[in-house]
Design a protein around this ligand. Structure first.
Ligand code: PMP
Length: 326
């Protein structure tokens, strides 16, 4: 008999899939690390379990405890699955720009959901950073995960996602392209791949309205770079500890419109029904094309599933209202 001990045993070992139509203009092989095959439909299952197990191991999380996290949904989903299997209570704190589908999904897996305004500074008491920290103080036997600064996040990708990409490409990967939010994915995978081959180039995809690209290029945290944007899952108005700027070779910024349009194109032209950050990632990859040559193997990571975006990027009324399509 072949079975996993519980649902957490099905995390990881996701497929690698070749892109064909959208990348036809490129000279090289482009492969997608297809993370929607995880049980929570996103890459975040990997780091959710790692963060919980590291917190159990050093006593930050105790039996019967409450897990609290500020999350755009995918980390919450991974944490919620692990909380069910391991017997913890789960509270997710979201900003109000996240899709309703994400909130409904979190409630469906037993999580309590708090919604906070997006357009307030991180240190405003109403922000989802502050609200998460306050709940953690108020609720006894609770643990605030803080995926931004919790380095178990990067560790999960260093120990699982990175080695899988190296093995699936027989060590031939030359470029890795990925959207950056907390930075866990790019930093963990990037560190692992550069340790195997220092010539592998690591590219971050950022949004307009986020600080990463400018900070990487100038070392300046420029508040003028911060303004509201639509793209979900990537870009930040803070510098998370999980972003290891030293292992990143460069950032490219993708507009909200392009990210939304390319999310639809991935689905309609490649049969890849994916989330909004996948659209940003593939458009970012195309913007980087001058860096790729014939023998390169470019891996892009697609974080999450399209079902969470049916009311937005997959809804033509919404796309028209936003001015993204005619
Ligand atoms: N895409 C989606 C859909 C996400 O939820 C996240 C996590 N915020 C990212 C991309 C960015 O990944 P990371 O946090 O590892 O940088």
């Amino acid at each position: 008999m072949q079975y996993a001990e519980n649902i957490l045993g099905t995390i990881g070992n996701t497929p690698m899939v070749k892109l064909n139509k959208l990348t036809a203009e490129l000279p090289c092989l482009v492969l997608a690390k297809y993370e929607t095959f995880n049980p929570g439909n996103s890459v975040k299952d990997r780091m959710a379990v790692q963060m919980i197990e590291d917190a159990e191991a050093d006593g930050r999380l105790k039996p019967g405890g409450t897990i609290i996290e500020g999350t755009s949904g995918n980390t919450g989903m991974g944490l919620a699955l692990a909380a069910i299997v391991k017997g913890y209570k789960m509270i997710c704190v979201l900003s109000d720009k996240q899709s309703k589908e994400k909130m409904d999904i979190l409630r469906a897996v037993g999580s309590e959901v708090h919604v906070c305004p997006t357009d307030v500074a991180p240190d405003d008491p109403r922000s989802y950073y502050s609200t998460s920290a306050r709940l953690a103080k108020e609720i006894p036997n609770s643990w605030y995960v803080n995926q931004y600064d919790n380095l178990s996040n990067t560790k999960a990708h260093y120990e699982s996602t990175g080695p899988e990409i190296w093995e699936q490409t027989d060590g031939k990967v030359t470029h890795f392209v990925v959207g950056v939010g907390t930075g866990g994915t790019i930093s963990g995978v990037g560190k692992y791949l550069k340790e195997q081959n220092p010539n592998v180039k690591i590219w971050g995809v950022d949004t307009y309205g986020s600080v990463f690209k400018k900070y990487h290029e100038t070392g300046e945290f420029d508040e003028k770079e911060i303004y509201p944007y639509v793209t979900e899952g990537i870009g930040e108005d803070i510098l998370p500890k999980n972003v290891n700027f030293d292992i990143i070779d460069g950032f490219t910024k993708v507009t909200d419109k392009d990210a939304a349009v390319y999310t639809q194109r991935l689905s309609k032209e490649e049969g890849m029904f994916l989330g909004n950050s996948a659209g940003a990632a593939i458009k970012g990859l195309l913007q980087l094309k001058e860096h790729f040559s014939k023998d390169d193997v470019v891996v892009v990571l697609f974080h999450d599933h399209g079902s969470r975006y049916v009311g937005k990027m997959y809804n033509d009324d919404w796309m028209r209202k936003m001015g993204y399509i005619e």
